[in-house]
Design a protein around this ligand. Sequence first.
Ligand SMILES: NC(=O)c1ccc[n+]([C@@H]2O[C@H](COP(=O)([O-])OP(=O)(O)OC[C@H]3O[C@@H](n4cnc5c(N)ncnc54)[C@H](OP(=O)(O)O)[C@@H]3O)[C@@H](O)[C@H]2O)c1
Length: 245
Amino acid sequence: MSESTKAIVVGVGPEVGLGGALCRRFAHEGLHVFVAGRTAERVEALVRTIRADGGRATGVPTDATREQDVAALFEHVAGEGDGPLDLVVYNAGNAVLGALHDMETRVFEDAWRVGCFGGFLVGREAVRRMLPGGRGTVLFTGATASVRGRANTTAFAAAKAGLRSLAQSMARAYGPQGLHVAHVVIDGGIAGDKIIKGLPQFAQAMGEDGLIGLDGLADAYWYLYRQPKTAWTHELDLRTFKEPF
Ligand SMILES: NC(=O)c1ccc[n+]([C@@H]2O[C@H](COP(=O)([O-])OP(=O)(O)OC[C@H]3O[C@@H](n4cnc5c(N)ncnc54)[C@H](OP(=O)(O)O)[C@@H]3O)[C@@H](O)[C@H]2O)c1
């Protein structure tokens, strides 16, 4: 089998979503993409689309909050093909909203598991695999909540701020050893199924070009991946021209 550089995207849902857009873009650029999401049917649907477009993709159903799933994912990637793992994206996240005084303990903990703990499991495994080769890129998806807690984002903001701190610590620990770690603050709603189909009234209220475009987001992640090690970005923020920030 010929050598093919490998990428893993953890946290893939609908095809028209950030995880889906990243997988399609990386495959289009020639990487062998390992598509990791909780819902096997969604993962397989995306893999079929990428292959139909001539790209290389493998689906590995994974719950990012389960240590054994994350270990099995990286084992699977190591065992398929002969190229190096060079890019890992932690994209899972759920915008859990709610006021603190009404919040059940489980809600806070679940938000943290997906938003932060999964990032630790995936980041740790990525570093373990990449350090021996002295190269690789690990990207984390953030949100407005990564840098600002609001009245109703108690759980989500705590989780996303934790993920951002994890990314900073990783960048400082492993950058000097050749690993590029970056965090992307997505400041606003994304023009994907989650908002357009799930929250149509919100999408409509944002008006024309009011949601952040998937192509522009995929461009940004690809740009981070392609940066030379003499000019690395650690954090990038993206919003529409309409966003009052
Ligand atoms: N959507 C927005 O407007 C928006 C705005 C700012 C930032 N973000 C951030 O962007 C990232 C992705 O956004 P998104 O959810 O809207 O769309 P997405 O990239 O289309 O989908 C991500 C998918 O990750 C999967 N997932 C959730 N928990 C998981 C877990 N424990 N293990 C594996 N996969 C898991 C979910 O699919 P299943 O349900 O099928 O498991 C979810 O649909 C998140 O980090 C989010 O915080 C989103």
